[in-house]
Design a protein around this ligand. Sequence first.
Ligand code: PLP
Length: 429
Amino acid sequence: MNSKDLFERSKKVSPGGVHSPVRSFASVGGTPVFFQKAEGAKLFDVEGKEYIDYCQSFGPLLFGHRHPDIADVVRETVETAWSFGACEPYSLELAEFITSRIPWVEKIRFVNSGTEAVMSALRVARASTGRNKILKFDGCYHGHLDALLVKAGSGLAGQSSTDSAGIGEEMIKNTLVLPLDDESALEALFQKEGDLIAAVIIEPLPANYGLLIQRKEFIQKIAALAKKHEALLLFDEVISGFRVGFQGMAGELGIEPDLVCYGKILGGGFPVGAYAGKAVYMDLVAPSGPVYQAGTLSANPFGMRAGLACLKKAWNENPYKTLEKNCSDFTHELSRIFDRYTGIKWQAVSYGSLFWFKEYSDTSIRNLTQIPGGHKNNFAKLFHALLKEGVYLAPSGYEVGFLSTVHTKEILQETLNKAESGLKKEYSK
Ligand SMILES: *Cc1c(COP(=O)(O)O)cnc(C)c1O
């Protein structure tokens, strides 16, 4: 078995050979690696080669692969029940654990993905306000629901155009798009259409087109305008929730959203999403209210129990400060190695345990259009030099990387050594 053969076979039976586009390596070129198993910070491919993993399944694995504390409850779940499609205590325990620790989460509904969470939360916002328009920001990703697969339109400020085939203009006619980091555009749009907006949705830490750390004042402005115009503030914390701190970015910023979406870490590595918020909004959801939303496998015991084990561990061990320092020190050192060999000056952008490498710039990048043009190709070469040496980053220059608690000092040092030798070989050719 090797990755090349498996990829050829996969292309015959699945579009592009994958089940989610970034996995195909389209952004970095070459054949995607097929992995067979994983443990802690390590991945092992189908040919037996070992990698240190900084993709961590795109974020869910705060404690690395198959952490024993989580593995234990997964084993117990195998012995008790896989799915009921009925009431059970596991989702209740998880819901209570979260609602008792995050004040703006009074009620929570579990679903199976981040996309589903966002889609449902928007439905609640529309029902609650009786309005139709949704404001999003260019450079934030909220999953693949039709209404949000949009980019900024070329015409008037706020206008959107579709970002995928198969989405008619009528699906996005109520979606407004603004650039990040621009208070005056925000004010102008609210002045014009504020009273038609059901919700403003934002990743309070945009981490899906690089890591575009926002000024707190910008997020505060959004919150203030939403409040003034009685639009709901919806934080998409699918990636930042339980990652930058237990209370996510809302906790870091001290800004309370009306509704919030979670995913990724929430399921401890199993497919779980959730939408949540103040009871006045969440009580609109069926069967207590008129907003329909359901799911055959929702609150699946694997996800609920793994999620609870993961969140309990996060709450009890509070790994966030250590992760933040390790991430910042490590990525800074790694970028100095990149500088030495690539002929480009790099910059490590990090927040908590999320990181992103980009070419150095004097000013912070907070907006999609500021990402340098050659970035994709510069990253691709770097990615492959590291991959050969057994260091796995997410296979796109626009995806962020993650540190987990299993990236020990030794593993981080091993990574630096591998990077040094890999880049020396690759760039001196
Ligand atoms: C990953 C992500 C999503 C989508 O979640 P899926 O589980 O992939 O559907 C939505 N919003 C943000 C901010 C994300 O990072």
